[in-house]
Ligand binder design. Sequence first.
Ligand SMILES: Nc1ncnc2c1ncn2[C@@H]1O[C@H](COP(=O)(O)OP(=O)(O)OP(=O)(O)O)[C@@H](O)[C@H]1O
Length: 612
Amino acid sequence: MALGRRGSGAPKEEATTWRDQLSALRNLPPFFRLIYRTSPSLTITNVVLRVLQAALPTAILYVGKLIIDEVVAIIGGQGDTTFLWQMIALELGLALASDLLSRAISLVDGLLGDLYNNRTSVDLMRHAASLDLYHFEDSEFYDKMERARRQTSSRANLISQLLAQFQSTVTLVVLGVSVAAFEPWLIVLLIVAVIPSFVQENYFNQQMYSLTRSWTPERRELDYLRYIGASDITAKEVKIFGLANFITDRFDKLSMDYYWANRTLSIKRASWGAFFSAISSLTYYGAYVLIIFQTINGVISIGSLTFLAGAFRRMQSGLQTILSRFSTIGENALYLQDLFDFFAIEPLIADKGNSLPFPNPIRTGWEFENVSFAYPNSETPAIKNLSFKLPVGQKVALVGENGAGKTTLVKLLARLYEPSAGRILLDGRDLREYELSSLRDNVGVIFQDFFRYQLTARENIAVGRIEEIGNQPRIEDSSDKSLASEVVSTLADGYDQLLGRRFAGAVDLSGGQWQKIALARAYMRDAQLLILDEPTSALDARAEYEVFQRFTALIEGKTAVLISHRFSTVRMADHILFLEYGGLVEEGSHEELTALGGRYAELFDLQAAGYK
Ligand SMILES: Nc1ncnc2c1ncn2[C@@H]1O[C@H](COP(=O)(O)OP(=O)(O)OP(=O)(O)O)[C@@H](O)[C@H]1O
């Protein structure tokens, strides 16, 4: 964990530049395509509403000028009262339309944002699921995923920013053209007033992005601490070991470090912001005074004075908004890069084209040829130069002490990882030549650390072959064979009972009961190769005996790999592989290995002695 890596207000890493921000703007067209794909009708409606809304400020100001000039004319005895009333009605109509349009725009923005959020979250989940376990071993991958995940919720407002930018630009152009018709020098004054403020805004946005980005690992750590501090899974240990203070202090320290780094930047940003906005106000009042003098000198009418003063103020704030929004959009476009980067990560384990369908039935079986494997970021290989055969229909047990490489071997068989050296053959062809989906379909693995889904009992069993979730007879048959039906019969809602502790009405199970449920997944799976990693470790002696009685039916006619520390399980196997430090040290039947008097026999005797 990264705690203590930084002091307060630590220097920022990965500073981004103008160039980064400009080049990130190229993310906007694909982003806009994403929005449009989310809902073409809402996107088009939004644009149309905004074009209408964009023209209104100028129209309102101009009608205001006509009203004032008409009032002045009436006072002078030359005006037309009917025209005045018509203009007042028009002004009211425009004001009502403007209000209606803004409400409609924010409604459409909100709906579009929600849809975009949903869609991107689903895309993210799908993409994450398509990636390899390799990626999940890598902390940088988690950082990327975290940044991408945050995009979905915070980037939705980029949609309205982009569309609002379009709207403000149209408003500014319309206002600009009408102001230039009266006083072109006002446009020059306007640009001079706003540019410095834009530059500072932009600078601080980049700084903020760099800060947020460089703190991604710490933010993930904060999320993790928040989770372990208050979760159903950790609550027991947190209480027993009295970890609450340890966790909250750690959270407190890290979150304060982030606060201080953020605070320094926020203060600088606010101070400079105040300075430049004072300059803006000065320019506005300068322009105002000039317009007033022109009116006094009779160069322009009183109506034009109000029009120009109002238009200048609107243009000034409009231009400021456009420019600062431009830098926010640039900053958001940088964040978008994280999202697109995440989507660009490709799975390493994938079909290479012309893949073979998985053989059905398998003819000869598997063969490991000098297979070695090291986990990413690990120096020591978990599997070393391993060669053995796994003939079709054979029941093989993997035995060895903790860390010997048994689970790793299973992951290689299921192609969750690929060998770093050597080959795994199936019916004489490299495993990589087979279609990945059909391989996964034909291999069933129940891992030692199987997952306890906080879902119903039915769903927990059906995950073994989720497409069969509606097949109640199959679910019940699997439960009978794994003894899960005994567990289900004690549940108030039977198969519909929610399991776990997280949701209202859920019931938690004991370790052994969960294992029976997990075992039912193996029966649901009914694959050609069945791999069971410690399938009975949590079962009591009677349950284990009964499960074994049924096991024979489960693995009848199939190839099975069993991993177990219990020799009662191991004995069932036709063939036993004894692993040590990732290598094969002994193999044979139980009788052969006990007769050999080697490592297997030694462990067997140790366990047997425990029962004497
Ligand atoms: N995800 C991982 N990243 C890095 N190293 C790992 C990872 N998983 C396991 N290892 C290492 O690989 C080696 C083999 O682990 P493996 O889980 O295959 O052992 P095992 O024989 O199944 O052990 P056990 O009986 O305790 O389940 C161990 O040294 C372990 O530390």
